[in-house]
Ligand binder design. Structure first.
Ligand SMILES: NC(=O)c1ccc[n+]([C@@H]2O[C@H](COP(=O)([O-])OP(=O)(O)OC[C@H]3O[C@@H](n4cnc5c(N)ncnc54)[C@H](OP(=O)(O)O)[C@@H]3O)[C@@H](O)[C@H]2O)c1
Length: 247
């Protein structure tokens, strides 16, 4: 069913993983979709594969967010769904975290999410849906995740406050908090195959359902939360999709 026909959906970080799966889901539901990403070749490839529009945008760069908003406004007018998904993770103990790693996570995950929301506000339709992708880590105290978890927890709090501020315009704001999900993110940790597979086994052992999540499942949850025919009373919520890991 084309639930989102005539709707404009913007997804940050749509060239791989959860963002890619969500772009595919919304496209299948009839939406006009715009994805962003930082790597030009990956973005172009995803745009061609999915049949969606793409705009190269570094989420930590406020000028590029302005350019994204201007481009979307020029080509499509207003936005019905804003999925702020782009993020980066370095899992490092407090003792060894560099200033560069700290700044990158805070700038992409928190500052970038905040200003993406702020700059899109003038072109969000009343009744729009905003979904932030945070993490199951917000409910855990996992070693080596201090800055990543803090950056995502900050987004969680931002989402709740934005939900109240934007309610007069019937704009709903929610977060989706995935547990370990099978995406390209793991391959970006720079680990060899053996170390990566050991890390995955260790993580899966901490998940009550004993498996990793699928990006397509997260995509369906984002689509559900953005569908005003079923979710019009849902705002300020946090939705864990983590196999019970946060329990
Ligand atoms: N996979 C998991 O287990 C998991 C669990 C909980 C939460 N998350 C969160 O889920 C979100 C999506 O991650 P994923 O798992 O789908 O990983 P992914 O496949 O690595 O996707 C991350 C996306 O974010 C984009 N991105 C990264 N930095 C960016 C920047 N500065 N500007 C614009 N785009 C940027 C990437 O584009 P480029 O490749 O072009 O940089 C990519 O499209 C992230 O916020 C992540 O923190 C993931």
């Amino acid at each position: 069913m084309e639930t989102f026909s005539n709707k404009v959906v913007v997804i940050t970080g749509g060239n791989s993983g959860i963002g890619y799966a969500t772009a595919k889901e919304f496209k299948a539901l009839g939406a006009t979709v715009v994805i962003t990403g930082k790597r030009e070749d990956a973005l172009q490839k995803a745009s061609n594969e999915l049949g969606v529009q793409a705009k190269l945008t570094d989420q930590s760069n406020l000028q590029q967010i302005d350019e994204l908003v201007a481009a979307v406004k020029d080509s499509l007018g207003k936005v019905d769904v804003l999925f702020i998904n782009a993020g980066v993770a370095f899992f490092v103990p407090v003792e060894f975290t560099s200033e560069e790693q700290f700044d990158t996570m805070m700038n992409v995950n928190f500052k970038g999410s905040f200003f993406t929301l702020q700059k899109f506000l003038p072109i969000l339709n009343d009744g729009a849906s905003v979904v932030f992708l945070t993490s199951g880590n917000t409910a855990l105290a996992m070693e080596s995740s201090s800055v990543y978890s803090a950056s995502k927890s900050a987004v969680g709090h931002l989402a709740k406050i934005a939900a109240k501020e934007l309610a007069p315009r019937q704009i709903r704001v929610n977060t989706v908090n995935p547990g370990p999900t099978e995406t390209e993110m793991q391959s970006k940790f720079g680990m060899d195959e053996g170390t990566l597979s050991g890390m995955k086994t260790q993580i899966i052992n901490q998940v009550p359902l004993r498996k990793m999540g699928a990006p397509g499942d997260v995509a369906k949850m984002v689509a559900y939360l953005s569908d005003n025919t079923v979710a019009s009373f849902i705002t300020g919520g946090e939705f864990f999709i983590d196999g019970g890991m946060a329990l």
